[in-house]
Design a protein around this ligand. Structure first.
Ligand code: SF4
Length: 508
């Protein structure tokens, strides 16, 4: 049973957990240790969902979060409002572990916001799980946030000088504190005023007792879309989600992306929108198309599946090599591998099988077993690989340790040659916009030549997709601008406070 934090829930409310601007800090509840085997992938950021005008708003939000589970598996939360009260329940673990029928029954109301989290700043404690519910000078507010702010130090110090008392280490509380301390007359003006003072990546959903808000940062780093559920004989339900794949489970129609710098409000008067910031070049995260987002999502105006297919095709054009089979590193390498195989005219085969049931509580029985973590997740299909020249397709090399294990695994299954192809450029710089990246000294491509990496991972050849090639694969008539900072080191914001970003903790 997951450990839960209740806020404002009738009968179960632990009011000591109620955050109040200026009140004494509640004690942090320690994070249950995750024993999942270490991974050499970049970690997902967060997923957010909001629902306005549905009799089962909590359940709809649960379904939306379920579809967004790939964006964060550390904690999840749902807050609901019924026009009078604002209840919030969050816990550590997966959405389905936390939100049983009994728990969902404690969340009444026609409005809800939800969040699934992989921690990027702040510690992993339950109190930092989201939504964060705050009793502010502007009334009760619940907020859930995907992304990372990069001027935390300046804003936090200024707020503290103005008397703010921070009770979590989460970015999201900074936003609520700014709203509480804003001199703007109305709540919506205070939100717009606050969002214009922060820099970095944020796709936000927010809720008061009777309204739901959704906003994206002016650069549009993270995706956020709006949809509608048609209700025969009644008003439509308005929904928001980090990725459109969540709408499918809700049977909602995709309406549009929230624009960079846009603040949308849904109330009994309907949907209203304002641009709180404009004139800033868009820099949406290209790595969402490469790896994070689900292929069945449409983000930044295009289908992720289409982008990945194009990346595979472009990779085949740029760095083709004679081979017998194209094998994806599952799951994220699959779509690019299909594109590569079709373009190269080489058969596609599932030569590596992923175990989808590796749980969070796995305890490694013997530390000394070589490559055990990777072998637990992936297993080679010997009869597809033996005696074959294999092109392996993956979406990134971070430290190189996992890639080396996979190359060894394929060779150990009898492959005569192993050629690794990566569907994006070398990752040379950390991300400060909501993706948990190791420091530069741990990124193998920041420290070694491509030949050096090839030698380390023991592949017969290694090639990455070029930056120009990648951008060709994600550009269309919408002319979206993309952030490529982890491939170039050119950051689209001034990140003067990056020392405030906690160092990445992902283990090798
Ligand atoms: S640095 Fe990389 S991962 Fe981070 S927002 Fe930019 S493209 Fe995305």
């Amino acid at each position: 049973m997951s450990r839960l934090l209740f806020q404002g829930v009738p009968g179960d409310a632990d009011e000591s957990n109620q955050l109040r601007i200026g009140s004494a800090a509640p004690s942090l509840i320690p994070d249950p240790c995750s024993l999942i085997p270490a991974s050499d992938k970049l970690h997902e950021e967060c997923g957010v969902v909001a629902v306005y005008g549905h009799p089962h708003a909590a359940r709809e939000t649960y379904l939306g979060l379920y579809a967004l589970q790939h964006r964060g598996q550390e904690s999840a939360g749902i807050a609901t409002a019924d026009g009078h009260h604002l209840a919030n329940i969050k816990g550590m673990g997966l959405v389905s572990e936390i939100f049983t029928d009994d728990v969902l029954a404690k969340l009444p109301g026609r409005m809800a916001i939800g969040h699934t989290r992989y921690s990027t700043t702040g510690d992993s404690a339950l109190l930092n799980a989201q939504p964060i519910r705050v009793d502010s000078t502007k009334g009760l507010i619940a907020i859930a946030h995907n992304g990372n702010l990069v001027n935390l130090g300046n804003v936090r110090a200024r707020l503290e000088r103005d008397g703010a008392y921070f009770q979590t280490t989460s970015d999201s509380e900074i936003i609520v504190q700014l709203i509480a301390h804003s001199s703007a007359g109305s709540l919506v003006d205070a939100i717009a005023d606050s969002l214009s003072q922060i820099e970095g990546a944020f796709s936000i959903v927010m809720m008061t007792r009777d309204r739901v808000f959704a906003a994206r940062d002016p650069h549009g780093f993270r995706p956020l879309s709006m949809g509608r559920i048609k209700n025969p004989g009644g008003a439509d339900t308005v929904v928001f989600a980090s990725e459109s794949c969540a709408f499918d489970l809700l049977r909602a129609e995709f309406v549009r992306d929230i624009l960079p710098g846009e603040l949308v409000m849904v109330s009994e008067d309907g949907v209203t929108s304002r641009q709180y910031a404009s004139g800033i070049p868009q820099s949406s995260c290209v790595f969402e198309h490469v790896y994070f987002a689900r292929p069945d999502s449409r983000i930044f105006g295009r289908w992720v599946q289409e982008s990945r297919d194009q990346m595979g095709r472009q990779l085949a054009r740029e760095s083709g090599v004679a081979a017998d089979v194209v094998v994806p590193v599952p799951d994220s390498g699959v779509t690019a591998a299909l594109g590569y195989a079709e373009e190269a005219g080489i058969p596609f085969r599932f030569g590596l099988i992923r175990n989808h049931y590796v749980g969070r509580t796995f305890i490694e029985p013997e530390q000394r077993v070589r490559d055990f973590g990777v072998r637990l997740k992936l297993n080679p299909v010997h009869n597809l690989l033996a005696g074959k020249r294999v092109i392996l397709i993956d979406d990134s090399i971070i430290r190189g340790t996992t890639s080396r294990k996979i190359v060894r695994m394929v060779r150990g299954a009898g492959a005569t040659e192993v050629h690794l192809r990566i569907s994006c450029p070398p990752t040379i710089s950390p991300c400060f916009y909501g993706v948990d990246t190791p420091s530069k000294k741990e990124l193998i491509a920041a420290n070694q030549s491509i030949e050096g990496i090839r030698h380390y991972i023991e592949a017969d050849s290694l090639a990455y997709l070029s930056l120009d090639g990648l951008l060709q694969c994600v550009r269309d008539e919408n002319n979206v601008g993309y952030c490529t900072a982890c491939y170039t080191g050119n950051y689209p914001t001034q990140w003067v406070d990056v020392e405030d970003i906690l160092p990445a903790t992902a283990a090798i």
